[in-house]
Design a protein. Structure first.
Length: 188
């Protein structure tokens, strides 16, 4: 397949075979074309993109992690509230998550639909066995990431906050490496 140039607003893409693409800024690409016509070798820098399937898979994983993130956070919070306070109320969840009560109500409806919680009028929110299992898994993931950050020397407050965001975006393989590293460095 011959290389083809496709110009976008800011960059061009040179397809180099069916799975690889090289990006070059527009002015550098024009400079390279003039150099080739003049018989000169170009010294411009090109950036290689991963193949299309790898790119798609990476973005799919991120989208899936974002989707799971809210679910994990809610079930973990419900579990923590029940354990620490004895009940999980919408008002408490809204306060701890920094969102409005209608936002919490909408998410609770979604969690009930997928079978993770039960809402009993005037009694609060309860996790189903599946919801409790998910809360425990989420709590464990958080602890592994937090221990890893502590093993790296990150301050405990920062490690706790950063782990909250990272725990949802780490693959099982990476999580296992984090766990082993933490254990080898005395953080279990």
């Amino acid at each position: 397949m011959a290389n083809a140039l496709i110009f976008c607003a800011r960059e061009s893409v040179v397809y180099n075979g069916p799975q690889r693409a090289l990006t070059v800024s527009r002015h550098r690409n024009e400079e390279a074309s003039m150099s080739r016509r003049a018989g000169k070798q170009s010294s411009m820098k090109v950036t290689q993109l991963v193949n299309v399937e790898e790119h798609v898979e990476g973005f799919r994983q991120v989208r899936e992690a974002h989707r799971r993130e809210l679910i994990d956070d809610y079930v973990e919070l419900i579990s923590d509230l029940i354990r620490e306070v004895g009940e999980a109320r919408q008002v408490d969840m809204a306060a701890r998550l920094g969102v409005s009560q209608p936002t919490v109500a909408k998410m609770l409806k979604r969690l009930a639909t997928v079978g993770l919680i039960e809402q009993i009028p005037w009694r609060g929110v309860f996790l189903t066995p599946e919801g409790e299992k998910l809360a425990q898994q989420s709590r464990e993931r958080h602890q592994i990431v937090e221990n890893f950050l502590l093993a790296l020397g990150v301050n405990p407050d920062t490690a706790r906050r950063d782990a909250e965001g990272m725990e949802h975006h780490v693959s099982e393989e990476t999580l296992e490496v984090f766990r082993r590293f933490s254990q080898q460095n005395g953080f279990e």
